[in-house]
Design a protein around this ligand. Structure first.
Ligand SMILES: NC(=O)c1ccc[n+]([C@@H]2O[C@H](COP(=O)([O-])OP(=O)(O)OC[C@H]3O[C@@H](n4cnc5c(N)ncnc54)[C@H](OP(=O)(O)O)[C@@H]3O)[C@@H](O)[C@H]2O)c1
Length: 301
């Protein structure tokens, strides 16, 4: 079975590519950086950008995994917000147009696309499942909503679509743990806001396991891709301090300070998302990590 992966050079993409090759898949990938075309061992790189795509990338491909999107962890200026939006919505259009251009010869039957729990509104109590009605109000809700809508256009090509609404990814190789590790190691770890906001996290191993299962079992629909036991931010930070054997004593950093420093991007750390993983469990996925302390300990303990 041959796959095409977009965003394969990123945090999730690199690990997923390695896992899929290990599992015996052939992998093509698309990159916007010519310097990265030969950067993933065992996979074949192809170039694309905002207005072109090498249509050879679709050759003999059965399933597309769509991860492309510029990082949200950079200051949200007006220009950069446009980049966050277009790197997801326009890249999806380019991918679809590329597929349409090889209509007679493509064999793509499935698309597994990244999405994000940021599609749900921030709520300190409510536990969201996939049935929740989405009425985007914030910037991030709008980006993810439009991204999912664009992904749905692949139905016109007879492609089955699975959208994985990914939570906070915990990885050895960077992401949120990479950012929080240094202050925590220095004994300066602290929650943001009042620390009660829900953090629906997932260990990288489970994220990769869910992608693999979605591909193999040809999942269709929307799937929250988070561990079974979300925690509040204070618990997340104290689990991190515990794993690093550092004291956790600082009070949370007040919201107004974070808003001054980070602007609208502060939503990333101040918003609350309690999200249910029942559907992926009902679809037969068995989590390796459902306890935050065990997950963080495995990654950095
Ligand atoms: N990590 C998380 O906690 C998390 C949580 C929820 C959802 N997600 C979503 O999952 C996806 C992958 O996440 P990640 O953490 O692996 O992201 P990442 O490390 O930032 O990597 C994303 C990749 O997307 C590609 N990309 C960037 N701008 C692009 C553009 N304008 N057009 C096409 N491709 C572009 C880049 O590949 P090239 O430079 O090779 O083109 C980059 O390596 C993202 O869409 C993200 O929103 C991640």
């Amino acid at each position: 079975m041959k796959l095409l992966i977009t965003g394969a050079t990123g945090l999730i993409g690199r690990e997923l590519t390695q896992k899929l090759i290990y599992e015996g898949f052939e992998v093509n990938y698309l990159t916007t950086r010519k310097s990265k075309i030969n950067s993933l061992k065992g996979a074949n790189g192809f170039f694309w950008n905002h207005n072109q795509i090498d249509s050879e990338c679709f050759s003999e491909v059965d399933t597309i995994v769509h991860l492309a999107g510029s990082t949200v962890s950079r200051r949200w200026t007006k220009t950069y917000k446009d980049e966050i939006y277009s790197s997801r919505i326009n890249s999806t259009q380019i991918l679809l147009n590329g597929l349409k251009s090889v209509k007679e010869s493509h064999q793509v039957k499935q698309l597994v696309s990244a999405s994000a729990i940021g599609i749900y509104p921030s709520d300190f109590d409510y536990n969201f499942n996939e049935e929740a009605k989405i009425n985007p109000t914030s910037f991030m809700e709008r980006v993810v909503f439009d991204w999912e809508k664009e992904v749905n256009s692949f139905r016109s090509e007879g492609v089955k679509i699975a959208k994985l609404r990914i939570g906070l990814v915990l990885s050895k190789k960077g992401g949120v743990l990479g950012t929080l590790k240094i202050p925590t190691y220095l004994g300066l770890g602290a929650a943001f806001g009042d620390g009660t906001q829900g953090q629906s996290w997932i260990h990288m191993d489970d994220l990769l396991g869910i992608f693999l299962k979605a591909i193999l079992d040809k999942w269709e629909g929307v799937f929250n891709t988070v561990a079974p036991n979300p925690v509040n931010q204070t618990k997340l930070m104290s689990a991190l301090s515990y794993s690093l054997k550092k004291p956790y004593f600082l009070p949370p950093i007040p919201s107004f300070l974070i808003k001054i420093v980070a602007g609208e991007m502060s939503n990333l750390v101040l918003d609350s998302h309690w999200v249910s993983s029942n559907k992926v469990i009902d679809y037969g996925y068995s989590f390796k990590y459902s306890d935050i302390k065990k997950a963080i300990n495995d990654l950095i303990g």
